[in-house]
Design a binder for this molecule. Sequence first.
Ligand code: NAP
Ligand code: GDD
Length: 363
Amino acid sequence: MKTALITGVTGQDGSFLAELLLSKGYDVHGTIRRSSVDFRERIAHLEGRPHFHLHYADMGDSMSLCQVVKNVVPDEIYNLAAQSHVQVSFDSPEFTADVDATGVLRVLEAVRLCGLEKSCRIYQASTSELYGKVEEVPQNENTPFHPYSPYAVAKLYGFWIVKEYREAYNMFCCSGILFNHESERRGETFVTRKITLAAARIAQGKQDKLYLGNLSSLRDWGYAKDYVECMWKILQHDQPEDFVIATGVQHSVREFCYLAFKRAGIELEFVGEGADEKGIDKNTGKILVEVSPDFYRPTDVVNLWGDPTKAKEKLGWDPTKMTSFEELVNLMVDADMEKVAVERVGDHVRTNLAEYLEKGIVK
Ligand code: NAP
Ligand code: GDD
């Protein structure tokens, strides 16, 4: 039985990866942070299961990381923990650098200090945000990086320190340069989930309007459950190498929005341009989507489009056999329609969140 350690197991990807590794017969250990709220929504169904263990550790705390690596003695580490929100990284740049850049170094050093550098394989959750202000489309492993946010700059350090430890110490450590991947478990302030939740709430009369930022931004969106399989494949490969994982298909935020509302039973028509653009309900003429500059970023990445040829050739990644864009939108909307249906009107936490999102207080 192999032993895996997942940092960030409570996150979207961590929860899917834990399920995958358990299904493959791994002993799975995950790191969690102390929180005043004990309920860990995405992994609640796994807690208490045999071969699933949790440990306290923080990416900002070397000692906690060393201790967990020493106690678990993992064969594989999946380093997913990060401050993962690009817009938040402009508000908390130092925290983001500490967790997303220096945190990677702490994991690598923990492995060395525990004498596991020959036996432990390490996956680093790298990102298409490294391409940032893109220098070519589509982007592959040879495309120059041009990070365009504090988050991306921190992740760039993570990418290079992993490469450095691979070359300097011959460690099996690799980066997956993953393009955006979403799911029904996606954090509620990322654009896709914000849209699917709002579409569900508006369709059920629980929200009036959705405010978004740049509707023309382009992303290569896939399904998170498909992508965690690639993380595992990257560590099973015979050589430690970095891989782009993407669908190879690009869509705009506007398109995502249109399809999500359609699935919720509302046909939108977009009129106007830039900050004046609006999404209007074709049936009622009501304005349901508006642009709010609150959601513009100081520098925005607007043209991500991945070329996964290397992963196709070496890992057998076949995006045509995976969840399509339309299927992704539909499964997210369907899940949120169910979730919103049981939301109590008196549930002040939810109600406040919807209101805060709408007014732009929370991004
Ligand atoms: P996510 O849902 O935001 O999960 C992030 C995880 O990191 C959570 O478990 C979080 O714990 C943990 N974390 C944050 N700060 C921490 C700290 N200081 N110490 C320990 N743990 C900490 O992110 P995701 O979408 O699953 O993404 C997983 C990884 O892939 C991230 O590194 C992200 O940057 C990267 N990535 C994601 C995408 C994507 O499209 N999803 C694409 C490329 C790369 P709490 O639950 O306690 O907050
Ligand atoms: N969050 C958000 N909210 N984004 C909006 C909004 C809005 O109201 N309106 C437009 N957008 C645009 C953003 O400006 C961005 O161009 C795009 O939608 C996607 O934003 P996010 O969903 O927040 O994701 P991201 O692409 O910035 O970052 C995600 O993907 C990266 C991989 O490329 C995160 O998961 C990162 O952790 C990940 O590395």
